[in-house]
Ligand binder design. Structure first.
Ligand SMILES: *Cc1c(COP(=O)(O)O)cnc(C)c1O
Length: 365
């Protein structure tokens, strides 16, 4: 018989990863750590490499116990995954596959939508209002899963915890999944996090080591949820999805938190600089609580191209479901200098109609 992908996959718009610039400093497309690798992680991974003839611990016991202690939850309420993306796929498979429904923002974090389409679930996308989740509208949607990304990607905006608590109480979804990939970059992460709600069994929280811990290449994330949810996902997951080196790297990152603290300080400092730089150049910048900013521009492609000429890679908004913008990750000090120089060549793009600024440029050239 003829082999054909399942018909519901026809509408799938595959994930488009960010590009790398010619230099690490210029790479601002994927929200990676601008401070390079944590030396404590390199040492731990080298040491763990001597044991890779063994299968990894399927339940990442040491890591899980450390995380449980850090969050004040039971280790049985945590599942470690191959990046948080694996955990999102597992949640979708377990609770929404084959005709269930997920509700998320429009634009959502791309994986929330892609995993649902792959699993044959229906997706209800609720447009953002003022760049943030419209929780009131989302609460009315009957669905198995509701995804809230807090802070959101690609906007960097947050839903205050009081709003989230009301949403969890009022939502018609079976489970509210809060993706906290960027929570460590918020002004007050402890005040924002929904981990306590997850521990109480009323929501689930997804976290990652890819961002503040600088382990995007290692693939480690975790879920905090009620025990029945964790047990269900354990039963359907691939048992060895989190490698031994990844587990060792994550444990080392938790044990040596000075790297994390440096990344946080740098990010808050340079997020402010990044915002001021683009605003001074005439752009609207969405106030961000993450390690990137979203810059609104009617010239998405031209701005992306001009920055690429200057050695800077950013993520075009249309790849993230938000045409008319570019998303710029917080760079290193060197990266910021590259960006400053590259932006000078983009000045003409901020004059929406030919005006005095345009004419001045025309006279110069
Ligand atoms: C970067 C990111 C993640 C991290 O995914 P990993 O699979 O853990 O690398 C999760 N959620 C959002 C919204 C992100 O932007």
């Amino acid at each position: 018989m003829t082999l054909r992908p399942r018909p519901w996959l026809d509408v799938l718009e595959p994930y488009r990863p960010g590009r790398h610039a010619p230099t690490a400093a210029g790479s601002m497309a994927s929200n990676e750590s601008p401070l390079g690798v944590n030396p404590a992680v390199v040492a731990a991974v080298s040491a763990a490499a001597t044991h890779v003839h063994h299968y990894p611990d399927p339940l990442a016991t040491e890591l899980r116990h450390r995380l449980a202690e850090q969050h004040g939850v039971d280790p049985e309420q945590i599942l470690v995954g191959n990046g948080s993306d694996e955990l999102i796929y597992l949640l979708t498979w377990a609770y929404a596959a084959h005709g269930g429904r997920v509700v998320c923002a429009d634009p959502p974090y791309r994986i929330d939508e892609i995993s649902a389409v792959v699993a044959g679930a229906q997706v209800s996308k609720v447009p953002l209002r003022d760049w943030t989740h419209d929780l009131t509208a989302m609460a009315g949607v009957e669905a198995e899963l509701a995804y809230v990304c807090n802070p959101h990607n690609p906007t960097g905006t947050v839903c205050p915890r009081a709003d989230l608590e009301r949403f969890v109480a009022e939502s018609r979804a079976g489970l509210v999944v809060v993706d906290e990939a960027y929570v460590d970059f918020a002004d007050d992460p402890d005040d924002l996090t929904a981990v306590a709600m997850a521990a109480a069994g009323r929501a689930a929280v997804v976290r990652t080591f890819s961002k503040i811990h600088g382990l995007a290449g290692m693939r480690v994330g975790y879920l905090v949820a009620a025990r029945p949810v964790i047990e269900t996902l354990r039963a359907i997951r691939a048992p060895f999805s989190v490698g031994a080196l990844a587990q060792a790297a994550a444990v080392a990152a938790l044990t040596a938190p000075d790297y994390r603290d440096r990344v946080r300080r740098h990010t808050l400092d340079y997020r402010g600089r990044l915002t001021r730089l683009f605003r001074a150049a005439g752009y609207e910048v969405v106030p961000s609580q993450a390690n990137f900013v979203l810059v609104a521009t009617p010239h998405e492609e031209a701005l992306t191209a001009v920055l690429a000429d200057g050695g800077v890679a950013v993520r075009p908004g249309s790849a993230l479901g938000h045409p008319g913008s570019v998303r710029v990750s917080v760079p290193s000090r060197e990266g910021f200098a590259l960006l400053e120089a590259a932006l000078v060549d983009a000045t003409a793009l901020t004059a929406p109609t030919p005006g005095p600024r345009h004419e001045a440029i025309a006279e110069l050239s």
